[in-house]
Design a protein around this ligand. Sequence first.
Ligand code: SF4
Length: 360
Amino acid sequence: MTISLFQRQSISRRLLAWFRRNARLLPWRSDRNAYRVWISEVMLQQTQVVTVIPYFARFVRRFPTLAKLAQADEQEVLRLWEGLGYYRRARALCRAAQLLHEAGYRTIPNDPDVVAALPGFGRYTVNAVLSQAYDRPLPILEANSQRVLCRLFGISRSPGAVQKQLWQLAADLLPQKSVGDFNQALMELGALVCTPAQPQCDRCPVRSHCQAKQQNRQHEIPLRARSASTVAVEEVAVVIRKRDRLLLVQRPDEGRWAGMWEFPHHPLEAPESHESAAYRLVAVLGLVCAGLSELMTIRHSVTRFRITMTCMQAAHKRGRPRAKGYRAAAWVGADDLHNYPLSTPQRRLASRLIELDRDH
Ligand code: SF4
């Protein structure tokens, strides 16, 4: 697909003018430098802007420079990241900061080859950070911008099937200057105006170029991928008490929630009861416990899995915890739980335990 010079210039000029009038005031848009752009871009992956705002503020207050982040304790970074999800991003951030610091850099360098070799930097992140921080002429493509491009150019196939074409269109539209603003404008238009279900074409600065609008096909484009069907999972978690302390285990270095802590939990094996699953878990940990009772039920989702976690508690009788499959195990006082990074459902359980502790 070729775009005429007129079309290219008109689209980029209109989008930039619209962005300057309508861009949201976001913390990473003021006092912009490559480090802050990087942190915000990583946090914004798979996460909504309103969710990211307080996390970003806390993070850059605690780690205002790349050097500070390079020297950070990974557990503290995970604790600050808690609730944002996709924790692999936080660990990659730490590792990338360390590598850059060791190589003598004080911020993200203006060098795509160096940046692309760092952990956590895919094509989108390299281009988003370098275009915004240094005005490098690099295109971006993510969910919002690909929806805008599909509609603008009347591409009715699924965006996943036409990635190459979309990257090329994003590159063809780049202006000579203000590339970072243009990239943000494309995403901002998708977030505020060209939204998935209710595109507000009357407010759109590029409506005169939009093929979807001309053909009245805004609601058909882009073609939505069929969502995978959900799977229900039943789990049991056991809070094991040893006098006034509770058993936490640390997840291994790889996989989901790597390096985070949790109360031991595992899926039920049908047709097992919750009690049997709890005792089986206690045995796997090399412990003997008594006085099993139910505490609460937590429902949450992880990708397409809808998990119901029945949380039990039991008193430790004997045995040293075997951290089989885990990195470590620790007996922790309820008043110390806030120091350990936990996933959102595990934090809900920890909050309940702190309440119970306070009531006693
Ligand atoms: Fe999206 Fe409508 Fe603008 Fe086209 S005219 S880009 S469909 S908001």
